[in-house]
Design a protein around this ligand. Structure first.
Ligand SMILES: Cc1ncc(C[n+]2csc(CCOP(=O)(O)OP(=O)(O)O)c2C)c(N)n1
Length: 572
C-alpha cells in the first residue's frame, strides 16, 4: 500500500467516513489515493478555513472527530483560524496537512511552512509522519487524543514522500507497539475513570455547601453537553430546586422554558442570570470556564459566593477566579452524584428576589407591539419567527455578532445539540461552513445558519459547495448593512464614531443565485414568515437576505470590564 492508501484505511479503521478539504501539490499523492477509496467521503470546500469550520460543525453535531485536509504552506496556514476556534471550544478535530518531502524540509522549499511548530498553542498535539508504517498508530493516537478528556484539535503533517512511500501492511499493524516506537505513552492502557476518590470527596463537600446555601445557583457550560449530562443536570436541578443558568455554549443543556431556568449568563446574558450570579452565596459551575465574558472583573465577581467548579481539566481551576471546591470530574458523572445527594429546602426568599429580576429582563426584549407589517423586521423578529418555522428538530448555527446574541437570548433552546456557535474565539465566518458540517453529518435534519452580513461575506464562496455537493442548508443573512456588534460598541463606548463599521453590501440574493442557490430578499416584517417557510420548503440550499434596521442594539449588556451586577437593559 502507498502511504496515501494507508492513511485512508487508517481513517476508516478509526470510524472516520467524512472529511472536508482542499487539495494542492504536497497533498496530491494522498488525493490520488483518496479518489480510489470507496469508503471515505470528501467534501471539497472553497477555502481551507471553511474545511476546519465544517469539520468542527460535524464534530459538534456527532460527538465524533471531524476531519479536515489541506495542502502544505498556505493551505495549512489557512486552517489555523479554524483549529484555534475548535481548540477554544474543545471540539475534537483532526487536521491532515500535506508537507514537502522530508529531504527538503527546512530548506524553504516551495510551499513549506513549519505547521507543526505553528499549531503548538492551538492543538492538543501535532505529529509529523516520518514513515508510512507509522500511519495507523499516529491516526489512532490523533483520534484518541482529540476526543479524550477535554477534547480539541490534533494535527497530522503528512510529507509528500511519506504519502508516496509504500509499505507492506500485515493485518493489524500493532497500534500498541507503534506507540512505543513513537516514544509516546499509550494512554489507552489507562483505566477509564469513573469518579476518583478525590472527586467524590469534593462532591460530598459541594453537597454539604448546597444544603447550607440560601442563594445557590448552578451554571452549566459546554462541558455538560459534551459529557452528555443534560439529563443528569435536570435531575440534579429538580432534586435540589436550584436555579440554573447556562453559558453561551451551554445553551440547551437546561431547558430554557423550565421554571428554574435563568437563561444565559455573561456579557449579553439575562438580567436575572447575571444578578443571580452576583448575589449568590454558592455558585456551582459545571463544565464551564468562568471566562472573562461570564466573570467580568474577577476581583468583584460574586463577592459573597463560595465557588464549586466541576471540570474534567484541572487547569481550569483558579485560572480566572478562585475555586473553593474544585471537582475534577466528568460533568455527567459529577451531576449524577450531586443529584443523589441533593435535598430540597425552602428558598422562597431567594426565588422571590429572582422573580423581581425577571421583570427587568422582560423590559430588555424589543417590543413589537403595534409594529406594522410594512416595517423592516428586527433581528429578534427574525429569531422568534425562525423558531416557529424551523421546528423542534432543527439545528441553528450562528456566526459572531449581534445576531448571535439575539439568537442566544430569544430562540429558547431546550436540548443540547440544538445550537452551535464559536464561543471562545468568536470567529466571524464560522457560522455558514460550520452549519454545512452539521448538515453533512445530519442530512435529514433541518439546519439553519443565521449569519450577519459581515460574516456572510467571509464565507459566501461556500454557497458553491452547498450547490455542487447538494447540501440543503438554509442560510439567513441578518443584513443590517454594518458590522453590527462593532457599531454597537462604537455607539456605546467610542463616542458614536462609526469608524469603518458601515458596509456597502452587494445584492446578496443575486450573489446567491449566481452560485445556483434559491434566494430571496425580505424587507417587510409581514413577509418574514412566508419567506422562511419558502426557504424551508426548498429541496436544496436557500439564502434569505433579511434587511433589518442598521441601528439595533443588543441588550442586556454587561459592559466590558464591569461585573455581572452592572448588567444594563438600556443605553449606558
Ligand atoms: C474574524 C473576525 N474578525 C473580526 C471580528 C470582530 N467582530 C466581532 S463582531 C463583528 C461584527 C459582525 O458583523 P456582522 O457579521 O454583520 O454581524 P452583526 O453583528 O451585524 O450581527 C466583528 C467585526 C471577529 N469576531 N472575527
Amino acid at each position: 500500500m502507498s502511504g496515501g492508501q494507508l492513511m485512508c484505511e487508517a481513517l476508516l479503521a478509526q470510524g472516520v467516513d467524512t472529511m472536508f478539504g482542499y487539495p494542492g501539490g504536497a497533498a496530491l499523492p494522498f488525493y490520488r489515493d483518496l479518489a480510489g477509496n470507496r469508503g471515505l467521503r470528501h467534501v471539497l470546500v472553497r477555502h481551507e478555513q471553511n474545511a476546519a469550520h465544517a469539520a468542527d460543525g460535524y464534530a459538534r453535531a456527532t460527538g465524533r472527530v471531524g476531519v479536515c485536509v489541506a495542502t502544505s504552506g498556505p493551505g495549512a496556514t489557512n486552517l489555523l483560524t479554524g483549529l484555534a476556534t475548535a481548540y477554544m471550544d474543545c471540539v475534537p478535530v483532526v487536521a491532515i496537512t500535506g508537507q514537502v518531502a522530508r529531504a527538503v524540509i527546512g530548506t524553504q522549499a516551495f510551499q513549506e511552512v513549519d505547521v507543526v511548530g505553528m499549531v503548538g498553542p492551538i492543538t492538543k498535539a501535532a505529529f509529523q509522519l516520518k514513515r508510512p508504517e507509522d500511519i495507523p498508530a499516529v491516526v489512532a493516537e490523533a483520534v484518541r487524543v482529540a476526543g479524550e478528556g477535554r477534547p480539541g484539535p490534533v494535527l497530522i503533517d503528512f510529507p509528500k514522500d511519506v504519502q508516496l512511500g509504500t509499505v507492506t501492511v500485515g493485518v493489524g499493524v500493532s497500534v500498541r507497539e507503534d506507540h512505543a516506537a513513537l516514544g509516546r505513552p499509550d494512554a489507552s492502557a489507562e483505566p477509564t475513570v469513573g469518579l476518583s476518590v478525590t472527586a467524590l470527596a469534593a462532591i460530598e463537600q459541594a453537597a454539604a455547601l448546597l444544603d447550607q446555601a440560601e442563594r445557590p445557583v448552578v451554571i452549566a457550560g459546554h462541558g455538560v453537553a459534551m459529557a452528555g449530562g443534560a439529563t443528569e443536570l435536570l435531575a440534579f436541578a429538580e432534586a435540589s430546586g436550584v436555579p440554573v443558568g447556562t453559558t453561551l455554549l451551554g445553551l440547551g443543556t437546561f431547558p430554557e422554558h423550565h421554571a428554574q431556568a435563568l437563561g444565559m449568563v455573561g456579557m449579553h446574558g439575562t438580567v436575572q442570570g447575571n444578578l443571580a450570579m452576583h448575589n449568590a452565596d454558592l455558585i456551582i459551575g459545571v463544565g464551564m470556564r468562568f471566562d472573562d465574558r461570564v466573570v467580568g472583573r474577577p476581583g468583584d465577581f460574586a463577592p459573597e459566593a463560595r465557588i464549586v467548579h466541576v471540570d474534567v481539566d484541572p487547569r481550569a481551576f483558579g485560572r480566572v477566579i478562585r475555586a473553593d471546591v474544585p471537582v475534577e470530574a466528568d460533568a455527567r458523572l459529577a451531576l449524577a452524584a450531586l443529584a443523589q445527594r441533593a435535598h430540597r429546602r425552602d428558598r422562597s426568599a431567594w426565588w422571590a428576589r429572582l422573580g423581581t429580576w425577571t421583570d427587568t429582563h422582560a423590559a430588555c426584549n424589543l417590543s413589537r407591539d403595534g409594529a406594522s407589517p410594512d416595517d423592516p423586521p428586527t433581528t429578534p423578529d427574525v429569531v422568534t419567527t425562525l423558531r416557529q418555522v424551523a421546528g423542534p428538530e432543527a439545528a441553528v448555527v450562528t456566526d459572531i455578532g449581534q445576531h448571535q446574541m439575539w439568537v442566544a437570548l430569544h430562540y429558547g433552546f431546550d436540548r443540547p445539540g440544538q445550537t452551535f456557535t464559536s464561543g471562545g474565539l468568536g470567529t466571524m465566518g464560522y457560522g455558514l461552513p460550520a452549519a454545512m458540517g452539521v448538515k453533512v453529518a445530519q442530512p435529514d435534519r433541518p439546519v439553519w445558519a443565521v449569519v450577519g452580513d459581515g460574516g456572510f461575506q467571509m464565507s459566501a464562496p461556500e454557497l458553491s459547495t452547498l450547490v455542487h455537493t447538494s447540501i440543503a442548508l438554509k442560510v439567513v443573512v441578518v443584513n443590517n448593512q454594518c458590522l453590527g456588534m462593532v457599531r454597537q460598541w462604537q455607539e456605546l463606548f467610542y463616542d458614536g464614531i462609526y469608524s469603518h463599521s458601515l458596509l456597502a453590501q452587494p445584492d446578496f440574493a443575486a450573489l446567491a443565485r449566481a452560485h445556483g442557490c434559491w434566494a430571496t430578499t425580505v424587507s417587510r416584517r409581514g413577509d418574514l414568515e412566508a419567506a422562511l417557510r419558502a426557504a424551508a420548503a426548498q429541496p436544496g440550499p436557500a439564502v434569505m437576505d433579511v434587511r433589518v434596521p442598521v441601528e439595533e442594539t443588543v441588550f442586556p449588556m454587561v459592559p466590558s470590564g464591569a461585573t455581572p451586577a452592572d448588567v444594563r437593559c438600556v443605553d449606558l
